[in-house]
Design a protein around this ligand. Sequence first.
Ligand code: HDD
Length: 752
Amino acid sequence: VGDMSAAMPYNPTKAAEHGYENALAPQPGAVVQAPSREATGSTLSEKNRTEKYGEEAAAGVNATIGSLQRVRADAQDQPLTTNQGVKISDNQNSLKAGLRGPALLKDFILREKITHFDHERIPERVVHARGSGAHGYFECYEPLTDLTRASLFAEKGKITPVFLRFSTVAGERGSKDTARDVRGFAVKFYTDEGNWDLVGNNMPVFFIQDAMKFPDLVHAVKPEPHHAMPQAASAHDTYWDFVSLTPESTHMLMWQMSDRAIPRSFRMMQGFGVHTFRLVNERGQSVFVKFHWNPVLGTHSLVWDEAVKISGADPDFNRRDLWEAIEAGDYPEWELGIQTFTEEQADAFSFDVLDATKIVPEELVPVVPVGRLVLNRNPDNFFAETEQVAFCAAHVVPGIDFTNDPLLAGRIHSYIDTQITRLGGPNFHELPINAPLAPVQNNQRDGMHRQAIHRGKVAYEPNSLAGGCPFQAGTAGFVSFPEPVVQDEVRGKPEKFAEHYAQATLFYASQTDSEKKHIADAFRFELSKVTVPAIRQRIVSMLRNASEELAATVAQGLGMELPPAMPRAMPDPPKPEVTVSPALSLTARPGDGGIRTRKIAILVADGIDGPSVWTLADALQAAGAVVRLVGPRIGPFETSDGKWVDADASIENQPGVLFDGVAVPDGSEAIATLVSDGRAREFMQDQFRHCKTILALGGATALLEAAGIAADAQDQPGLLTADKADGGTVAEFIKELGRHRHFARETDPPAV
Ligand code: HDD
């Protein structure tokens, strides 16, 4: 008693008991593949050179870290403590009355630990629960002062830090990334005049015109309330029931059934502000504006069969892709474009710009690039940043204002309101990720979890006791655009809101043949999951007003008679200005034809032709691709020339759907192994079915044949065969990979 060492004879250092320190050391002979990191808790991207400054950012001073540095916690070389800072001597054993006796109530260390754990979870977002975020910056190209006084657009080259969160809408927090769904594209700009949140999606329109319908829409698409199925899927009765009775959703359904709902990468999708907003300049003049984000890598998507399989192979597919690209220093980048138009122009349009189910076609009002957004740092902590970030459509800054879009009106209310439940009170703006860089001074006080310590006795305005401070900023502050309103109070819609189909027709007509086919296939799939025939019929009758061709294809796919077209709310709609808009096809933005960050597999097994492996790997990596050697198992394989290659992935843990293309080198023993491996055959079948680029060298064509890939392979676009990996072959392979997909070889049903 009194001798501490005698009181701790029972394995107080559990880790040592298990040889933990040894377990961390590389095993003898192990090849260390990942670059070893200093255990500072920082991510690699923080250490990457910043594009703008060209030098390595010192820890904590990455251009986008800013005020977050103050709260970053790092336990390197520090002892374990309680939340009160008391050092903990034993984190393995609770305090007991005797080794076999009862645990004691006075064990405050145990109780604090368990209590905190019990409260670790917070409610997930009511929609957009699953998301992935990153830090970055926005850079303004040219001053936009003629149009807006928003400070982030004030100067050429001005940098504003941002945090961006991508999301799916319907699935729960732990659901999959590759659901057929809209993707959220929410940007928080930490401007020097306060935070501006542009809370958009990867589709420029919405399902409904009025926020009054939002809870109904969400209740319909979420898992059905009686059995909580299906997870992260719109393919069920209640969703299609609702939209079939809501013809204003027809345009959005086109987008949602298109390949845009299954992006290959967050880095390869567009973003849109959706609503018409206002820009307001220093003189108080205003124009309408639509915001567009265009990805530098181009717009690319998955195909449905692939998305379904990826959701099993890697439910974190898009999250991982974003994380890895940033860690590798391949910073995702978008260009911000704006469409601006006057109120008079808007009045003349065939559609209403306050209707969020309508776009302003680019052919009518061009998109002008005004800046770029680069994501260059992964969060330090998912919960603290990506989960606790609170976006809000009401967060605007001087120079940006709302319009009377009735959907936007509901959003201005909803987001702050939802955070109060989700983040536990009204002070969520003080969470580090949400706190503006601009100073905050007001007379709001108290509430749960208040961080600021307000000094003085004055918390009201006007006051004389604090010299009138904080004082009203007058015209230096946010001044709402004085839009005149003299109207009767009514519940109703403007006249042009009644036209539901012209832009659905426009969207469908603007797609390539394979995109049209995918839209029809998606309707077929989703509606085939609907159990009530009348719902299917209503959707097809609705589609007849958008495209007779589409309606007929879907009806045929569902084995049903073509029902009569749904009666139109507006029988004699205005003539649309634009009937085909090439910009609406994903193919309009192919990227630069390069293969940067694309994941390419090289299949290996014992006896593989080593020189081909190295030639291919070097050339692909030089072109910026991410190369993985994929074997029947991980680990070393002997090459035909007696050397070794080390597979860092197995066909089992990284199936074909996770790669953008595949090369199979020659080597008779290796090919025989792969031919006899059902997984390897399936790997090739998926690569073929999903229209990816395939290269088979020499005898590797046997694997194609074994996979049932047609002997007339030579005629198949994107399917390359060659004797060896010479310069011409490799260049051709890289060129074909740059096309991303070869939809010309797609058939329905799939031939392979
Ligand atoms: Fe919303 C989240 C985008 C209509 C109510 N919404 C949320 C997020 C995005 C959008 C990207 C996730 C933000 C994040 O990453 O944290 N929402 C949109 C777009 C809409 C839209 C582009 C139509 C143009 N939303 C909309 C309406 C309402 C809401 C009409 C309600 C009247 N949205 C919410 C919400 C959420 C949300 C309930 C859930 C979590 C959150 O706000 O923070 O308030």
